[in-house]
Design a protein around this ligand. Structure first.
Ligand SMILES: [Zn+2]
Length: 70
């Protein structure tokens, strides 16, 4: 609640279903943008991905995947 300050986007966190790359050499994960039960493959290394959840900041950019610690 910043009054009289520059417009800062409100940071909202929520538990979000994500997919994590199963490869030990790859830290890629991505949000669950799949509405079916279809298993995605890692966009980086094409390994299978495992469903899990993570508390994430809700962001409005349209990046579909992320790397840890980025
Ligand atoms: Zn991967």
């Amino acid at each position: 609640m910043a009054f009289g300050k520059k417009n800062q986007p409100e940071i909202v966190e929520e538990e979000t279903k994500i997919w994590v790359c199963s490869s030990e050499d790859c830290n890629c994960w991505m949000r669950d943008n799949f509405k079916s039960d279809e298993k995605p493959v890692c966009p980086i290394c094409k390994s299978e991905m495992e469903a899990t959840s993570k508390v994430l900041q809700v962001v409005t950019n349209n990046s579909l995947y992320y790397k840890e610690n980025q």
